[in-house]
Design a protein around this ligand. Sequence first.
Ligand code: UT7
Length: 323
Amino acid sequence: MTHNLITGTGSALPATRVANDDLASRLDTSDSWIRERTGIRARRIADPATTTADLATEAAARALEAAGLEAGAIDLVVLATATPDLTFPATAARVQARLGITRGAAFDIAAVCSGFIYALAVADSLLKAGQGSRALVIGAETFSRLLDWDDRATAVLFGDGAGAVVLETRAAVPGETPRGILASRLHADGRHEGLLYVDGGPGTTGTVGKLRMAGRDVFRHAVHNLTSVVDEILAEAQLGVEAIDWIIPHQANLRIIEATAKKLGFPMAKVIVTVDEHANTSAASVPLALDVAVRDGRIRPGQLCLLEAMGGGFTWGALLLRM
Ligand code: UT7
């Protein structure tokens, strides 16, 4: 019996921090509205020369360093993004090349804010299927490029960044509690496209397009879907919510995070929150939050962690792992 264990985490943020007041100086909004409705205080915004691959490569290099591995040991690069550098090649292939990896597989996953959960579940399955024994799994975005900076309802919500993990196959030690990814559940329901989408793309309008969202409807679906997928994965694992040491949720809105925790009966003291400083970084949000909490010593080896996210598609999912 083997499990795929996270042996290193890393992240990268652009240097430029944009506070709510900076946005309020050019949009009809205010620091108090943004903080009260979302919990966001600031976000990082990439300069025009920085791409998703730049942030992803930096985060991946840190994860490799934390795992004590050379890049050449990696068999698989899976990168979740809704803001790839180019239509093709995959941003994962660009990251692979920059890290000096010349073998194995590399591809992108498009599941927007749920992308990292999808990517981790897919990498776990591929390693179990024999594609290798070490994967780099990355969530990276330059989401600021998709924003309509004149739309106060969406422009204030998002930021740029990247997070990465190294996943390594380990044989279970008889008599010891298994560590690694224990279960994952992925969902999609394409009927809700109109509530959260980008109004462009190379195959339709030939333009990149801008993000459009019916925020209140997305909020409602998010709390419902996240609660239900967490219930589903816990039932599958035959665990109660009290067994979980940490929930690392998608960082879209503090009110969504709090409402979901309340419905689950889970204390906010054991929920990792970074939305205040990162805002919503889409596929990067969960690995960014994970890296913050691993590096500040809250998340420790042996602890049971639950990752969850919901985003455009709709897509949503959860993943249970022991660090
Ligand atoms: O990653 C997954 C995808 N995204 C999400 O999960 C986001 C889900 N949705 C949300 O987080 C929230 O719905 C928002 C933060 C987007 C909006 O919060 P809300 O409490 O649902 O506000 P609302 O959309 O109902 O808007 C309330 C009022 C409106 O004014 P009126 O119609 O009541 O006069 C908006 O025009 O707030 C106004 N408003 C703003 N005011 C100041 C909307 N955006 C802003 C703004 N600053 N930035």
